[in-house]
Design a protein around this ligand. Structure first.
Ligand SMILES: C[S@@+](CC[C@H](N)C(=O)[O-])C[C@H]1O[C@@H](n2cnc3c(N)ncnc32)[C@H](O)[C@@H]1O
Length: 354
């Protein structure tokens, strides 16, 4: 059976049946590798108590561990094992006949080899999905860029509700990490060109892989900005070929004015780049070099989404902006939540005014 398309941003949501809503909550959370404890187990227990049969468990198994996206791009072995053990616990509470399907799935996972990488998939409102390969460790190889952060998901959600900010425009993303935000924007907002950028070599490699994995063609493997290795050249693509996508090595410490101008961008985005006061200085210095106006004579638009972990670091960023004469305003966040992340985390988007 074809899966129901979730409501587009701004579209009236069709009322889902409670069981369907529960299955979707498990599916979205599981495919995105959301913490197992944060999945709606209480609601499932209540559904099982009322229905007194195992069919809701089987439906969830189909939509998670046996889902084609999971078969092709699985979350980590440890995650799938833990998730299935919890599903089995729910079944055991029912005092029903054993469900072979659950134990078979667990057996398959016990035979699977653990890896340092895993996949996370996010279902878009269109029903299409974004999948990114990530490292299982939050910080590895000395970088934070090999996993997707909540602010990146938040910014992607905001973009889904504001496609006109991106449509037919040239976008530069700073500190792209795994690429989730940019890939979601490329899939839904029809930018003319999208330049993903980061610093770390292994992040740039993973980023390029994730861009390919989601069906985009990279016009050049890696453009090096700030070191003057080559000039930016934008391929002429017609609309059906999608945006012109580039991965650039861009170190905020080295960002050079002429090379930034070469990109001729209309919009700059960045997510979770304000977490270390030392980095903040180089980020603000880079922002200061940007032209106020785009080639088309419009004001350059800059959106920065940040998780406010430490108020001092965040205030330091705001003060550093003010110090160099960059004004900012807080942009209202996304109205609708599509991607699973911790809703208690304080995330804000600043629009910078150069
Ligand atoms: C916390 S991660 C956020 C990644 C992604 N935007 C997200 O939200 O999932 C910060 C990113 O900034 C990049 N970064 C840190 N310092 C940088 C610098 N000096 N120049 C360029 N990128 C840098 C890191 O490599 C990393 O990918």
């Amino acid at each position: 059976m074809a899966e129901k398309r979730p409501a587009e941003a701004g579209e009236e949501e069709e009322e889902e049946a409670p069981e369907e809503r529960l299955e979707l909550a498990f599916q979205r959370g599981f495919l995105a590798g959301r913490r197992v404890a944060h999945l709606p187990w209480k609601d499932l227990a209540e559904t099982l108590r009322i229905s007194k049969d195992s069919s809701p468990l089987l439906a969830i198994l189909q939509k998670t561990v046996l889902h084609p996206l999971c078969m092709k791009y699985p979350p980590s072995v440890k995650y799938r094992r833990y998730f299935l053990s919890e599903l089995i616990k729910q079944h055991e509470c029912m005092a029903a006949e054993p469900l072979d399907e659950l134990y078979e799935a667990l057996g398959d996972i016990f035979n699977a080899e653990a890896s340092t990488h895993c996949y996370k998939s996010y279902i878009l409102p269109s029903g299409d999905s974004v999948t990114v390969r990530e490292n299982v460790a939050i910080i590895s190889q000395g970088t934070t860029g090999l996993v997707t952060w909540d602010a990146g998901l938040y910014l992607a959600e905001w973009a889904l509700e504001h496609p006109s900010v991106f449509t037919n425009r040239r976008i530069l993303e700073l500190g792209s990490g795994t690429g989730l935000t940019g890939i979601a924007i490329c899939k839904t907002c029809h930018p003319r060109a999208y330049i993903f950028s980061d610093l770390h070599q292994s992040v740039l490699e993973e980023l390029s892989e994730n861009i390919y994995l989601n069906g985009f063609f990279l016009q050049s493997e890696c453009y090096s900005l700030g070191r003057g290795k080559c000039r930016y050249h934008e391929a002429e693509l017609d609309e059906s070929q999608g945006p012109c996508v580039t991965v650039a090595e861009l170190d905020w410490n080295l960002g050079a004015k002429e090379q930034l101008a070469e990109f001729r961008v209309d919009v700059i985005v960045a997510a979770d780049v304000v977490y270390d006061p030392n980095l903040t200085q180089s980020l603000v210095a880079l922002l200061r070099q940007l032209p106020t106006y785009t080639d088309a004579g419009n004001l350059l638009e800059i959106y920065i989404a940040s998780t406010c972990r430490n108020p001092d670091t965040y205030c330091h960023f705001q003060r550093a902006l003010e110090h160099v004469g960059i004004r900012w305003e807080v942009v209202p966040g996304p109205r609708k939540n599509f991607f699973p992340y911790d809703q208690n985390t304080k995330i804000t988007i600043l629009k910078l005014l150069l």
